[in-house]
Write a protein that binds this ligand. Sequence first.
Ligand code: FBP
Length: 329
Amino acid sequence: MSPAKPHIVTIQSHILQQQAKFPEATGDLSWILSAISISAKMIAAQVRRARLEDVLGNAGEHNVQGEQQQKLDVIANDILMRNLGGREGVAMVASEEDEKPVILRSENDGNAPRYCVMFDPLDGSSNLDICGSVGTIFSILRKDRRSSKIEDSLLQPGTRQVAAGYVMYGSSTVMVLTIGTGVDMFVLDPSIGAFIRVAENLQIPPRNKCYSLNEGNRLSLPEGYQRYLHWAQENGYSSRYVGAMVADVHRILLQGGVFMYPPTKKAPKGKLRLMYEANPMSMIVEQAGGKALAGPGERILDVPPTDIHQRTCVILGSRDEVDLVTAQL
Ligand code: FBP
C-alpha cells in the first residue's frame, strides 16, 4: 500500500496554526495576511492575462519616485488598497506608488486599529513586457501609540516588523512569509485557487559562488565593490541577475549567493527603498539564517527611517558570501 500522502496545509490553515501559538492574538494580523493572499491571487490573474487584456505598458503617469508607472503597477496597487482597506485591524497603508500614506482608521472611529502595512505592489514591473518574473513585497508594523502624528507610526526600524513577505509571479506564483518565527513558502495551486505550504523554516545555504547585481553599473561603483567583482571573477563565481529584486532574492533564499544594489553615481544612496523593499527582504533573509547589510557592519533592519520612500544600499544573502563582499569594501 502506497504511503499516505502528507495532508495539505493551505496558507489560511497555516496562519491559524501560527495564531493558536499566541493566546493573546486578536486575529487582526491573520485577517491582514489573508487580505494579502487574496490580493496575490487577484494580481497573479492580472499578470498572467496581461498581454491578452492589453494591460501591459505604461499608465502615462509617474510615481513619487519619478518612475514611469506601468498599468499593472496601478492595478496591483488598487487591489491591495481595496483588500487591506476592508480589514478592521489596518490603521494605515503606504505604497511605493503613492507619495503619502493612506490613513484608513484611527482611534477616534471607536475601534483600535493596531497595524500599518507598507508594500511595493509590483516589484520589477519593468520585466512585465517581456513576461519576466515580477513580485509584491510587504512589511507589517504595529501602530506606534507613542507617535503623536499617526504617519510617524510608519517610521519604525525594520527590527519592529511583526511580519514580512513577498509574492513572486513567475513560472509559479509563490508566497514567502515570516511572522518572526522562521520563513515558510507557499505555492498557488491554480486548480483549487489556494496557496499550499511547500516548505517550512527555510534556511539559506551559507555559501554559493554566485553574485547578483546590475554589472552595467560596474564602472560607477565604489572601488571596494569593483575589487569584490574582480576577486569573485578570479575565484570562479557565476553571475545571475533578473532585475526584479523579488526574483533575485528568491533564488538566493533557495540556492544561496549574494544580492547587491550598491551606491552608484546615479543613485549614491542606493536605488532600493528601505521601508517596503529592503526591510521586508532583510527580515526574510535574517529569519532564514542569512545576513542583510546596508554597508560594512550596518544591519539594514537597524537603519533609522526618516522618510517612507527613503533609499538604501543593499548587500544580502548567504552569511559567508555577504562577509566576503564586505571584506573587500
Ligand atoms: P520597482 O520595480 O518596484 O521600482 O523596483 C526596483 C527594481 O526593479 C528592483 O526590483 C530591482 O532589483 C532593481 O530595481 C533593478 O534596478 P536596475 O534596473 O537599475 O538594475
